[in-house]
Design a protein around this ligand. Structure first.
Ligand code: FES
Length: 120
């Protein structure tokens, strides 16, 4: 099985993803990259001082989390929701409810530079 870090579609560090001000606060945005038959999907979360990125794959069944593009948060924006079976994750990526309780989303490191979000 290929892990997210071995996925040839995963972009290397230093790729500009979006302007920081393009992210709502709180808000999320998803990104997909293709390389031949490979697909890498990740998303970024902005909430106050937090800026984080995660691989878009739920630790329960490895499904993508969002049913709708860019909609990863619960209505109150306190958690990331997996639409598969309803797992809830804190914004730091830890599952606090659902079938993968206690597991974590896989980090997709991102960094803020010159007002934009980059892969790190
Ligand atoms: S795939 Fe996310 S809770 Fe089942």
């Amino acid at each position: 099985m290929t892990t997210a870090s071995e996925n040839p579609a995963r972009p290397s560090a230093g790729l500009r993803l979006c302007g920081f001000d393009e992210l709502a606060d709180p808000g999320t945005r998803g990104f997909r990259f293709r390389a031949e038959r490979w697909l890498f999907a990740g998303f970024v979360v902005r909430a106050g001082d937090l800026l984080a990125g995660y691989v878009d794959s739920c630790p329960h069944a490895q499904w993508p989390l969002a049913a709708l593009d860019d909609r990863y948060l619960t209505r109150d924006a306190r958690h990331i929701l997996c639409s598969g079976h309803g797992a809830l994750f804190r914004l730091d990526g830890t599952c606090v409810a659902g079938p993968c309780y206690g597991q974590r989303l896989t980090d997709w490191p991102v960094a803020l530079k010159d007002g934009a979000v980059f892969t790190a």
